[in-house]
Design a protein around this ligand. Structure first.
Ligand code: TYC
Length: 101
């Protein structure tokens, strides 16, 4: 099939660049109860029970799981708030962020 290459549109040069996105990553540990991880995911990331369970079990099995992507500021804020919920309860549960490739 012949490849179609369109010239860049003039409007594209005038559009603001999209901000780079950052991943919020859930880290596994041996001590935080599964139901607490699910509760944090639902509270901070507005996940339903099924999605929260799936993300929690993925981190549990693989060591970590991407929860969601946001702009850097929002990703850091959510990772900090979610980690603080765990700190308050004395659990080692941690969330980190990293730029999306
Ligand atoms: N591994 C924990 C347990 O067996 C549960 C857990 C899952 C903790 C995912 C953190 O990101 C996590 N109680």
């Amino acid at each position: 099939m012949p490849e179609t290459v369109s010239p860049p549109r003039v409007e594209d040069a005038l559009k603001p660049a999209r901000p780079p996105l950052h991943k919020v990553i859930l880290l596994n540990d041996d001590y935080t109860p599964r139901n607490f991880v699910v509760r944090v995911l639902k509270a901070e990331f507005r996940m339903d029970e099924g999605s929260a369970l799936r993300v929690m079990m993925t981190a549990h099995g693989r060591g970590s799981c991407v929860v969601a992507v946001f702009t850097r500021e929002i990703a850091e804020e959510k990772a900090t708030r979610a980690t603080e919920m765990a700190v308050k309860e004395g659990y080692p549960l941690r969330f980190t962020t990293e730029p999306e490739e």
